[in-house]
Design a protein around this ligand. Sequence first.
Ligand SMILES: O=P(O)(O)OC[C@H]1O[C@](O)(CO)[C@@H](O)[C@@H]1O
Length: 559
Amino acid sequence: MKMVNPVNPTTTAAWKSLTETAATFTPNMRQWFADNPNRAKEYTRTMADLHVDLSKNLLTDEILADLCTLADEVNLRERINAMFSGVHINNTEDRAVLHTALRKPAGTELVVDGVEVVADVHAELEKVYAFAEKVRSGEWKGVTGKRIETVVNIGIGGSDLGPVMVYEALKPYAQAGLSARYISNIDPTDAGEKTKDLDPETTLVIVASKTFTTLETLTNARVVREWLLSSLRARGVFEGDIDEAAAVRSHFVAVSTALDKVAAFGIDPVNAFGFWNWVGGRYSVDSAVGTSLAVVLGPDVFKEFLAGFHAVDEHFRTTEWSQNVPALMGLLNVWYVNFLDAHTHAVLPYAQFLSRFPAYLQQLTMESNGKSVTWAGEAVNYQTGEIFWGEPGTNGQHAFYQLIHQGTRIVPADFIAFANPTWAFVDGENDMHELFLGNFFAQTKALAFGKTAEEVRAEGTPEEIVPARVFAGNKPSTSIMAASLTPAVLGQLIALYEHITFVQGIVWGVNSFDQWGVELGKQLANQLTPAVAGDREVLAQQDPSTQGLIEFYLANRVK
Ligand SMILES: O=P(O)(O)OC[C@H]1O[C@](O)(CO)[C@@H](O)[C@@H]1O
């Protein structure tokens, strides 16, 4: 089925109405909450295990109604159905977009391009789980007969950020005696630091790359293979019957859609786990790309994680807009970006274990929606994309929150918190988690309601510094809570943001599933590398700034 051209959102009735509303919009959260004691209840939604309070957003019933109309006017429902049914909505790569099929329960069906994909997904998952169990039980041994203690995942972008974020988030579920590390950067420091205290005999390397052509990943894989072989050589491992090929077979497995390239690298195709070109890299943590997680956290945890995604998929696919959490959050973001001139979006998890979640979301949202042409190839005449960023609370409170509270910009913020901590400590009389959550509740309250000049004066503040101590309030935030950070809840959170990203992409009419914007830099890096290695002819072809930088490098490099 051919993709229908997107609707230019600025031509819709809802867009016009929202533009009119924005022109005279003077938010007053204090008033809104005073006028309607049910506001919190009326703007709170439940989705699977998530409790989502939207009431501290710059939102009225009228705006909400217009946003829902906008969703209809840009045909969001049809687009959702197109994605879930396998239409090639990634039109610049002529691919279906089916990360939602990765978490469909076994036994359900989905035929795409003549193939029953759910059966394929589960066959591959079973392969990953069987391998994971072998490593976990000690049946899988290193070449010298020792059981595996450390799994090193080598990948970058979607083949790294998802697995490392989930590993950090769900660490308490790791099997005792097993841990994971993640090498991504082509900066030699990354591989150097991550291997320096590792025992090669108990290390298993997973090379994860959808394309198996990514410079960083293949370079790191070669370097780590050399580290492993040379360390084993130094221990005399290859002096008897064991050869180097056997060591690579025992210590290297791969995850890729390009299994031929995996074999060329020397990894036994039997130890390669596949996925499909209809899974975008940034949407792939729930495929075999999560093999490190299945090994260290276990297949049961991984299954629970996938079930979390699926619960949100079903909510998103079947729920009307006014109750549909990903749709509402995506539409709200459009309201902020296109009508209230917000440029960035903060994600502030009150959970140390979610420290990598903002970085994960940066790839998800910015690689997806950082586009300036529509999927029909037309230049857009409105803003797209949002700059996602953030750090766990409370750390951020002592760093950048100042700007969110009192700066001139509007920074919509998503707060994420859990009723139960992973670690419990008591400090004197105080339960530490209560202190922690007290801060979370306080921040969203301060942002919404601020502090007036009268309130500042009433505290005895000298008049000349009253203005500096006023908090304007009306700073938008969404609070997302769950009982605990479980595998299912984490799957729900990821799927929530995947679908928020989709909603925004549909309103903006962009293809959220290609990433041509990363290509030019890769091409130029290939062209420039000889100059960096000292090739004067290639150097002379560069622009003066690039030449100057490379000259500085050549003059200062100590080899
Ligand atoms: O898994 P691969 O093919 O190595 O790609 C890694 C990452 O590189 C990108 O293609 C960007 O360069 C991402 O989209 C992807 O997640």
